[in-house]
Design a protein around this ligand. Sequence first.
Ligand code: NAD
Ligand code: WQD
Length: 331
Amino acid sequence: MAKVLATGGMGYIGSHTVIELIKKGYEVEILDNLYNSKVEVLDKIEQITGVRPKFHEADMLDSEKVDQIFAEGNFTTVIHFAGLKAVGESVEKPLEYYKTNIDGTLNILKAMKENNVKHIIFSSSATVYGDPHQDTCDESLPTGRELTNPYGKTKYMIEEILKDVAYADKDFKVTILRYFNPVGNHESGLIGEDPNGIPNNLMPIIMKVSKGEIPELSVFGDDYDTRDGSCIRDYIHVVDLANGHILAMEKSQPGVSIYNLGTGNGTTVFEMIDAFEKASGEKLPYKVVGRRAGDLPILTANAEKAEKELGWHAERNVEDAMRDTIKFLRG
Ligand code: NAD
Ligand code: WQD
C-alpha cells in the first residue's frame, strides 16, 4: 500500500485530501511550514479520522531538512500541494513565487530521486491554459500561452519540469491535476478554507463578508457576455477534488498523465451570491465594481478524461458546497 507524503498537507486542499487518504487506510505524513495554514488543522484531522498523521513542520526550501524527512520516511508517493497561490500577490512579488514554487519543487524532486521515490501527484491549475479563447478546456489544449501572472507561470513551468523528469526516468509516474475553482469543505464543518491574511478567491471573501470582517463583496464586473453579466467559473467541491487525488494516485502509470478536475458546469458570481443567501438565510452585502484585470468571462472544465480513465466525477454541487461552508462558518 502506498505511503504518502503530502507537502502542503495542512492547507485547504491538502488537509481535505489527507482526510480522504486516511479514511481509505493510507499512511500519510505531512510536510508544511504553516505559512498559510494553522497547526490546529492536525487536531481536526484527528477528530474526523481518529488518526493523527505525522507532521513535519518544515520549509520545502530547506533542502537538508527535506532530504532528512525523505531519508526517514520510506514514502512511495508524494502529493505535492505546497506552494504560494495568490495570483495578485505573485505580480507584486514574482521572485518569492518563483523561489518557493520552483525551488521548493526542485528540492522535493531531488529528495525523491535520492530516495528512489518515483510517484508524484501535482496540484496544477486551470490557470495553465492562460486565455484558451474558448469557454471549456480539455487537456489537449496548449498550455503556457498568454499567462498573465507569475503564479500561473510557475504552475506551467512545474508541469514542464515534471514532464522532463518522467522523460528521463521511464519508471517515474507523474500525475498532473488541473483544478478549476475549489470550494466547500468537509461536511463536519470542522475544517475549511482558512487562509492567513487577506483572501483572494471568491468563496473565502464571501465568508469574510458574512462574518463582518469585510464590509461587502465587490463583484468584478456585470457587463460580461454571460447570462447575468458576471463571470462564470467551474466551482468544484473540495471533497470531490480530494477523492480525485486518490483515484489518480491509485491509477497512476509510468509517464505523464494529466487530468482536469472540475464539474463541467459553470456558475456566475451572482448565482454564487444567491446560493450563499439561500443556504444561509442571510443577505450578503455586495456592490458591482469594475472588471478585474486578467479575468476571463467564462472558464469551465471538460472533465471527461478523468471520468473515462479514473472513473471520477464530481458528486457534489454548489448548493452542497454552500451548506458545508455555512456549517464551517458557524462552527
Ligand atoms: P493553501 O495555501 O491552503 O495550502 C498550501 C500549503 O502549502 C499551506 O498549508 C502552506 O503553509 C504550505 N506551504 C507554502 N509554502 C511552503 C513551503 N515553502 N514549505 C512548506 N509548505 C509550504 O492552498 P490550497 O488552496 O490548499 O492549494 C494547494 C495547491 O493547489 C497549491 O499548489 C495551489 O497552487 C494549488 N491550486 C489551488 C487552487 C485554489 O483555488 N485553491 C486552484 C488550483 C490549484
Ligand atoms: C472567481 C470569480 C472573479 C473575488 C483563481 C486563479 C486560478 C485558481 C483559482 C489557483 C471570478 C469573481 C472574485 C471578488 C469577484 N487558483 N470575484 N469578487 O479568478 O477564477 O481563479 O483561483 O490555481 O488560477 O486565477 O478565482 O475565486 O479569484 O474568482 O467578483 O472579490 O469571482 O471575477 O469571476 P479565479 P477567484
